[in-house]
Write a protein that binds this ligand. Sequence first.
Ligand SMILES: [Zn+2]
Length: 297
Amino acid sequence: MSAHVSMNFFARYRAFFKTLRIVCFCLPFIACATPGGLNADSQKDRRLRIIDAHTHAVLKEKPEGLTRPIPSKEAYLKEMAENNVVGAVSHMRDPGDYDQELHNRNVVFCYGIGDKVNQQEIEHGLKSGRYGCIKIYLGYIHRYASDKEYEPVYRLAEKYGVPVVFHTGDTYDVKAKLKYADPMTVDEVAVDHPKVKFVLAHCGNPWITTAAELTYKNPNVYLDVSGFLIGDLNRMSGEDMEVYMIQPIKWIFGYVENPSKILYGSDWPLVNMDQYIRAVKKAIPREHWKSVFYKTQ
Ligand SMILES: [Zn+2]
């Protein structure tokens, strides 16, 4: 994220999390084909601003799939600045992941719920403004979205006007149980809590048709396009990029029929911000970049 983001912008971004209508922005670069079929962006595109709705700014353990050392906070801010990422959401695994300096620099922290639901801690964090959203790790935590344990969480989300983000789809942990990570389990929660905004992280990949239908049907359900591919995208073939990322996101975008419900997200540090932005731009029609990559609606 840019170190020079105005407070005005931050206020606007926080407002999104209250009403949950995030989307992102775009940046582009210079043209040159890479092994992965990614084109660099033009100078004009590069000026576009981006909000990355899915990052992990603070990691204590190296997740499977991260082939480089865990990047530092400085590296995070540097990548944001280089890519005109003017705001971001950092998904926490535990309260120790919170970082006040990053918070001051337009990073919204999303409180991650583990095995136990600590209502007091969540409410304190929401009330103080420390957390701007709540993350539930479906699959990693062996509970459905509709589990009664999560009911107080949804009530708190409504009370404080913050969205709830669900991990959905594939997991990097073999101990995770995929039946809980199927996005279909979010449908009844979305229906029962119409005033709460829900985000399906990773578009439920590979259950993208379910995630797209939930988003199309429920006015309070949104998608983030993070994590379709991880690693060095420049080392992937153009065909793999098309099959496993570009075409699925294109299909989702068309099915949902509402650009404001699709949010840009990367899953940094599992991917490089520049590469992921360029890949997503290939899937989204240019006239909707502003909506998907940045604009709150
Ligand atoms: Zn993630």
